[in-house]
Design a protein. Structure first.
Length: 142
């Protein structure tokens, strides 16, 4: 991957460290401000556009505190001159909502980066707790 993209991915991982402590600002600065920016996090339906993405990031961060990033496990990555993606597992510990104890959290995350005026930004992030095999019945709505 290009060096400037690697730097943005490193900044992104550092920003996620702040996010799991309840501070959404560093992550928000890395997202695109274009109308087609999207976020699909485990806390709600997909957010589309910069205002919805910012609100969703604020809501999610407000539920997290005292987090500690443990590791990022790379699954796959690919980049062209103007578009890139990373697929990885995010492993951390944090207190969620009103919990008194920190819990381990593992997320499967796909992040797509694009260039906005020559600068890499996040144009899409999707995260879910699926990090291992599940039975087919797990996709059935109840």
């Amino acid at each position: 991957m290009a060096t400037d993209l690697e730097q943005v991915i490193e900044q992104y991982q550092q920003a996620l460290g702040a996010f799991i402590k309840g501070d959404a600002e560093p992550v928000k600065r890395l997202f695109s401000r274009r109308d087609n920016v999207t976020l699909a996090n485990p806390f709600g339906p997909p957010a589309v556009g910069p205002n919805q993405v910012e609100a969703a990031l604020n809501r999610a961060a407000s539920q997290l505190r005292e987090g500690e990033a443990l590791r990022f496990e790379s699954i796959s990555e690919f980049a062209t001159a103007d578009l890139a993606y990373v697929l990885h597992f995010e492993r951390c510990r944090m207190k969620i909502a009103g919990a008194l104890e920190a819990s381990p959290v593992s997320l499967r995350v796909t992040t797509i980066f694009g260039r906005d005026d020559g600068k890499w930004t996040i144009v899409h992030r999707q995260a879910d707790p699926i990090t291992g095999p599940r039975p087919p019945e797990s996709i059935v709505e109840r």
